[in-house]
Design a protein. Structure first.
Length: 590
């Protein structure tokens, strides 16, 4: 264990000498207050340490002690429903010990050492085991069955494994390996900066269904995919992420509040326990892990919070679960990188961000994926990452947004103009894109309808044509358009207002199944197709634009799932009857 002395303190950066025996990324304890830090740079026997706590009051000559271990997280039963800070300190436990304010240097184990869990073995003595094999199960919450896995690096024969009630540190069995006997416990540790190993990555050809129409229909994300949500202040990044956390078809949700306002994390903490998970009928918190590192907490811990969250997410992925990770926001994480880089006196890159910003972002997002796990019986699992980006002034040409866009395959661009019009989610359909759309097409065509991709393409084309026609309208007015172009404008308005606009706080509209999304597309395009035919027969565009059935199309999104088939038949018949009447009436006039 290496021990040195402080020679410089600059905010969260502490420089210590006499640390020749320490290693990069070792966790250290700084001063008699035992503040937690991590070595991020070495020059001879001098170590630059980023301290994850407030450094006020530290002075030169104080002791620095290396633990000889990298920053690691504890992985085991008790993670679900947990609320942690950026370095996996349990905030509720700390409050019980020290009150509402975080006390510097406080040491509380991440996982409860006293609580007992009932372990049910899945293997018997004499079984050959390798990393990733499931030893048995713990029922962690009503909805999460926690798999106890063989740790990485342990391969051999199981000598003993017994059922019973254990704490996370109790020995549940032993394995004979080439290096000798290895004790097995419910808990394992893993360094946060190293991705957990997998057998292989699989192609992203299954969608992560979110129930949000603009996402699922126009800009879908694959299971194991990566997406970015850039947008200016007030455009709805956080609410969009909350919606995805609530409704995405993921078994486990890891939500990282990285440098955002404390009241936003408070909303999450207040909402999630009260929300009933539609997939399980239980509280959403029973499958959620929260990492809270708000803007008033030490800046250095923001960087760690991202890695802490994704390591926990990888652990549940290794059990065979579909995991969704929400990072809000990576811009605050990048700002922490910029601050530490500046204090290290590194050569700044664009806008003062470090030159390695792009590679750090890539290392984070590349840990996502749909994978085959380790183990003699590999499991198919996925880890999807959705990162919010908060560009200053909403300018996505800034470095963090651009570096993110080079990595992710889904871009949900939030637009302040749409937000000011109260159009939510404020995802701009002209600037957003999904590079997964084509690879997910066969799945949608097979599992929802063979028409899915055709209908989606027609919706996108009408929205694009509306944008072109709007330029003409601005110049010469609506009357200059042909009846066919007027009909396109009316249909595109219906797509925007009736299909893309979705109320997050409406009990029915907050979530839309893929079947309902398909029927909604069919209704809008039925109106367009029948209307186009009626125009050829001489129908009046003003009549078609004001048909009562258009209100029925708009109200369809508020229809409960159990009634959508009957309502679809009613509304489609109404559209056909009204348009036929409009066309027939025009023919009689002639």
């Amino acid at each position: 264990m290496s021990t040195g002395r402080i020679i410089k303190v600059a905010g969260p950066l502490v420089i210590a000498e006499g640390m020749r025996d320490a290693n990069m990324f070792d966790v250290v304890r700084v001063s008699d207050k035992r503040l937690i830090g991590e070595i991020i740079e070495m020059h001879g026997d001098r170590a630059s340490i980023q301290v994850y706590e407030e450094t006020a009051g530290l002075g030169t000559g104080e002791k620095v002690e290396s633990t000889g271990m990298p920053l690691s997280v504890e992985l085991g039963p008790g993670l679900i429903t947990g609320i942690y800070d950026g370095i996996q300190r349990p905030l509720e436990k700390i409050r019980a010990v020290a009150g509402n304010n975080l006390t510097r240097g406080i040491e509380v184990p991440s996982l409860d050492r006293d609580k007992k869990w009932h372990f049910q073995p899945a293997l018997q003595a004499g079984a050959a085991v390798e990393p990733g094999d499931i030893l048995g199960w713990v029922q962690e919450t009503a909805v999460v069955r926690h798999a106890i896995m063989v740790p990485v690096g342990v391969k051999g024969t199981l000598k003993r494994l017994t059922a019973g009630d254990y704490t996370v540190t109790d020995v549940i069995g032993t394995a004979a390996t080439d290096a000798g006997e290895k004790d097995l416990t419910l808990m394992q540790k893993w360094p946060v900066r190293r991705g957990r190993p997998i057998r292989r990555k699989l192609s992203p050809d299954m969608p992560l269904v979110t129930g949000q129409r603009v996402v699922d229909t126009l800009f879908p994300i694959a299971k194991g995919g990566v997406a970015a949500i850039p947008g200016p202040f007030g455009s709805g990044k956080t609410v969009t992420q909350h919606q995805l956390a609530k409704w995405a078809e993921a078994d486990i949700v890891v939500y990282i509040g990285c440098g955002e306002r404390g009241n936003e994390m408070t909303d999450v903490l207040n909402e999630f326990p009260e929300l009933i998970d539609p997939h399980t009928g239980k509280s959403l918190m029973e499958r959620t892990v929260l990492i809270a590192n708000t803007s008033d907490m030490p800046v250095a811990a923001r960087e760690a919070s991202i890695y802490t969250g994704i390591t926990i997410a990888e652990y549940f992925r290794d059990m065979g679960y579909s995991v969704a990770l929400m990072a809000d926001s990576t811009s605050r994480w990048a700002e922490a990188l910029r601050e530490m880089s500046g204090r290290l006196e590194e050569m700044p890159g664009e806008e003062g961000y470090p030159a390695y910003l792009g590679s750090r972002l890539a290392q984070f997002y590349e840990r996502a994926g749909r994978v085959e796990t380790l183990g003699a019986s590999p499991r198919e699992a996925s880890l999807s990452v959705i990162g919010a980006v908060s560009p200053p002034g909403g300018d996505i040409s800034e470095p963090v947004s651009q570096a993110t866009l080079r990595i992710v395959k889904v871009f949900w661009g939030l637009d302040s103009a749409l937000a000011y019009k109260r159009h939510f989610p404020a995802i701009n359909w002209l600037t957003s894109y999904s590079l997964y759309a084509d690879s997910l097409g066969p799945w949608f065509n097979e599992h929802v309808s063979p028409e899915w991709m055709t209908l989606r393409g027609r919706l996108m084309a009408l929205l694009s044509e509306e944008a072109s026609l709007e330029e003409i309208v601005k110049l010469v007015g609506m009357d200059a358009l042909s009846p066919e172009d007027r009909l396109k404008m009316e249909t595109a308005r219906s797509i925007r207002e009736d299909f893309l606009h979705q109320l997050a706080f409406h009990e029915v509209d907050t979530y839309t199944s893929l079947r309902k999304q398909y029927l909604m597309m069919k209704l809008v395009l039925l109106y367009y197709d029948r209307g186009f035919d009626a125009l050829q027969m001489g129908a009046d565009i003003e009549t078609l634009a004001s048909l009562p059935s258009r209100e029925a199309i708009g109200r369809f999104k508020y229809v409960e799932e159990a009634k959508i088939e009957a309502e679809y038949r009613r509304v489609s018949a109404l559209i056909a009857a009204e348009i036929d009447e409009a066309a027939a009436g025009r023919e009689e006039d002639f």
